[in-house]
Ligand binder design. Structure first.
Ligand SMILES: [Zn+2]
Length: 104
């Protein structure tokens, strides 16, 4: 059996030259097999996935010219700085659990 090693895989496995590799070519142990027996080897698929929409703190601010508006209410209990999550019928604070129901 010939070893097939893609350049990509080589890079991922060994980020720096001279660095000690974790995967030492030891003889196969029965314990290892037991732990990772179900997963087959990585398929040679290299399809590029569309980038996920990144979320960050900027996603709850809206900049209009010089002004910045907050798109989420802040928690009443925790004070400004703690935004509340926007659910379909309520806002909740992830910090203290405070919930405010939306009014129709
Ligand atoms: Zn809170």
């Amino acid at each position: 059996m010939s070893k097939k090693v893609d350049k990509k895989d080589e890079k991922a496995a060994a980020p720096a030259k001279g660095a000690p590799t974790k995967e030492a070519p030891k003889a196969e142990e029965p314990k290892k097999e037991e732990a990772k027996s179900a997963k087959p080897a990585a398929a040679p698929k290299a399809e590029k996935k569309p980038k996920k929409e990144e979320k960050g703190i900027y996603s709850i601010y809206k900049v209009e010219g010089d002004k910045v508006t907050r798109l989420r209410p802040t928690c009443e209990r925790c004070g400004p700085g703690y935004f509340m999550a926007d659910h379909h019928d309520r806002f909740t604070c992830g910090h203290c659990g405070f919930t405010r129901y939306k009014r129709a």
